[in-house]
Design a protein around this ligand. Structure first.
Ligand SMILES: CC(C)(COP(=O)(O)OP(=O)(O)OC[C@H]1O[C@@H](n2cnc3c(N)ncnc32)[C@H](O)[C@@H]1OP(=O)(O)O)[C@@H](O)C(=O)NCCC(=O)NCCS
Length: 175
């Protein structure tokens, strides 16, 4: 497949929202508001343009990933990180490696941009293959209630989460 990864452009916005809704349509854990989440995050202050990436095949968008800037806070300090959410592949193109391509490209870009870590709430069987580990290993909690095994973190550089501890603050868009 001749898949091209590129930074999402305003003309892609509508197609990406439709793709996101289709990807999550039959997911039992979904609240079916992931398209709306993408829309809200794009308009928010934590949007990072280069970290909204589309996968195109013959000009059609078949996958998308978004990383948003968030903060891990303890009593005195605040540490910048990224939240991976959501990642979506059109149902008919799933399990062909496109999600992995998007995640690897996003992690690579994030590292090049100087981010030290990424957090995710997701499938505990999927994300460890990219190096994500349970966030509790790094003493990081979530401001929204999530089971421990689905709340994960990855260090983009050695010791990227060393000396970081606290609560990842999810803005209201994620509620
Ligand atoms: C999750 C998703 C982005 C993965 O993208 P993809 O292109 O299908 O994944 P890849 O082809 O790179 O990887 C396939 C692997 O993902 C695993 N996988 C896919 N969906 C999964 C799921 N819902 N739960 C657990 N593992 C899953 C498959 O088991 C497969 O593993 P294998 O290689 O051992 O067979 C895609 O399936 C999707 O859009 N799903 C619906 C939306 C969603 O759940 N997003 C993630 C929320 S955390």
């Amino acid at each position: 497949m001749g898949i091209i990864l590129s930074t999402e452009k305003p003309e892609d916005y509508e197609e990406v929202i439709n793709l996101t809704d289709l990807a999550f349509k039959d997911m039992p854990f979904s609240n079916h508001k992931e398209g709306e989440l993408v829309h809200k995050l794009r308009k928010g202050p934590n949007f990072v343009e280069e970290l909204s990436i589309v996968a195109k095949l013959d000009g059609k968008i078949i996958g998308h990933i978004l990383f948003t800037k968030l903060y891990i806070k303890d009593v005195e300090k605040s540490y910048e990180t990224l939240e991976l959410a959501p990642v979506s592949v059109l149902p008919e193109y799933q399990r062909k490696g496109i999600g992995s391509m998007l995640i690897n490209e996003g992690l690579k870009r994030a590292k090049e941009m100087g981010f030290k870590s990424v957090m995710v709430v997701g499938h505990p069987d999927y994300y460890p293959r990219f190096g994500f580990q349970k966030a509790e290993k790094y003493n990081i909690k979530s401001s929204i209630e999530v089971p421990a095994d689905v709340f994960m973190a990855i260090e983009l550089i050695e010791n990227g989460l060393k000396d970081v501890a606290g609560t990842l603050i999810y803005p209201e868009e994620f509620a």
